[in-house]
Write a protein that binds this ligand. Structure first.
Ligand code: SF4
Length: 100
């Protein structure tokens, strides 16, 4: 690839149903180098009727929050990669309880 050329990406979103769950995949294709980058950016996570005992969370504005500072999501995803402190991390499974 030419050092001075700019990479131009085409970004598309693919929405699929995977095991009865809605999954959105972001696909970026570089026009210069043809590298394709895929990232699963959201997943419709099931809210269980009981807390996920392995997750303690105080975010009481989340759709998945459960009394006693528990999370009822069947699974969570935390980002970003290469975070250097807990303050830099975020639960991307969070959905506002007012938007759920
Ligand atoms: S999904 Fe994330 S923010 Fe929401 S209750 Fe669970 S751990 Fe907390």
């Amino acid at each position: 690839m030419n050092k001075n050329s700019k990479n131009v990406f085409c970004i598309k979103y693919l929405v699929i149903i995977k095991k009865d769950k809605l999954v959105i995949i972001k696909i970026a294709v570089c026009f210069n180098c043809s590298i394709t980058y895929k990232e699963e950016i959201s997943m419709n996570v099931k809210k269980m009727s009981h807390p996920n005992e392995s997750i303690k969370c105080q975010v009481n504005t989340c759709h998945y929050y459960m009394a006693g500072d528990y999370c009822a999501a069947e699974k969570i995803e935390v980002k970003p990669r290469n975070a250097s402190s807990s303050e830099e991390t975020d639960c991307v499974t969070f959905i506002s309880s007012t938007n759920a």
